[in-house]
Design a protein around this ligand. Structure first.
Ligand code: MN
Length: 320
């Protein structure tokens, strides 16, 4: 369950979209396949089956967990490089420790978000802290990759830390939904995160049977990913459930509704709403690098191998 909650009656309310607003139709519903990341933590590949053009400016998203680890079991990633985009890591339950070759880092837990602009190149590691490895426990979060325009792909790396309580908390017009605006805006209400390419990232918790209607920028794409529960999306009420992604067509408003009956263990619909302004440039991705051309990918591999992404802190002496 999300750590950041609030009584929606005390929160600012989102004005419902104007009656003349054009509701976005649902273009597709896809199911995220399960896989493993890093040293073997379970993920769902949220964007699988959706074209690069429809995802633009997003590249990739993993739902990490939800998993209940036994003692000794929690896993992270080894040190690895990135270039050409930004990673956004949002932890719903549990703790992730992050460290990078530019001195960025820290612990993110229970509703915190960490924004890493890889830019020209960075090395980082993401892992559970030692005490969590010992104790085991619940782990659940997402990692979203946001592309950088070609003009910003070689920007210096940057790190933003957003505590869970900094997210803007809003209520739907009837109090049935709690929205955490992590980045961008919903109507007049702004969230704290900032990316080079403007995006909106919202985690909404919707009570069984409640409907959420939100204005959505017409120049942004629109995606809804179900973290828990079941719902219908669009005014056509297309069914979606946990682990599924809805892609919306053009328009300036989104409608979602939580099913009246939800699983006992997950009593509310938990959904991520995502949108951004498409960059509309060629995307060539090779593993941890996202560039515009094959040549730039070859250059990234060369630069990484020659050590120009920096050094692993505290590991300047090679292992023997
Ligand atoms: Mn990474």
């Amino acid at each position: 369950m999300p750590a950041v909650t609030a009584d929606t009656l005390t929160l600012p309310r989102i004005a419902p979209p104007a009656p003349a607003a054009q509701q976005r139709p649902v273009r597709s519903v896809t199911t995220a396949p399960s896989g493993y990341e890093g040293e073997g933590f379970p993920v769902r590949r949220a964007f699988a089956g959706v074209s690069t053009a429809d995802l633009d400016p997003f590249i990739h998203m993993d739902q990490m967990g939800e998993v209940e680890y036994a003692p000794g079991e929690p896993k992270g990633t080894p040190w690895h490089p990135h270039r050409g985009f930004e990673t956004v890591t949002y932890i719903i339950d549990g703790i992730f420790e992050h460290q990078d070759s530019h001195g960025g880092g820290g612990e993110i837990t229970d509703g915190d978000t960490q924004w890493m602009t890889a830019g020209s190149g960075i090395l980082h590691i993401e892992k559970p802290p030692e005490h969590l490895v010992v104790s085991g426990g619940l782990f659940h979060g997402i990692q979203l990759w946001v592309n950088l325009p070609s003009a910003n792909k070689f920007n210096p790396p940057r790190y933003q830390d957003i505590r869970g309580r900094q997210a803007s908390l809003l209520s739907s017009d009837d109090g049935g939904a709690l929205l955490r605006v992590i980045a961008g805006e919903v109507g007049e209400h702004k969230g704290p995160g900032s990316t080079f390419t403007p995006i909106t990232l919202v985690h909404a918790t919707i009570s069984p049977g409640a409907q959420l209607r939100v204005p959505w920028r017409p120049d942004f794409n629109a995606l809804a990913y179900v973290l828990a529960g079941n719902a219908t999306v669009g005014t056509e009420a297309r069914p979606v459930r946990k682990g599924q992604l809805a892609l919306f067509g053009p328009g300036d408003a989104l409608t979602l509704a939580a099913g009246t009956s939800q699983p006992a263990a997950e009593p509310n619909l938990e959904v991520l709403l995502l949108g951004g302004r498409p960059i509309r440039e060629p995307v060539v991705q090779y593993g941890p690098f996202v560039m515009n051309t094959r040549e730039e990918i070859m250059q990234a591999l060369k630069d990484f191998q020659s050590g120009s992404f920096g050094v692993i802190p505290g590991e300047r002496i090679p292992h023997t």
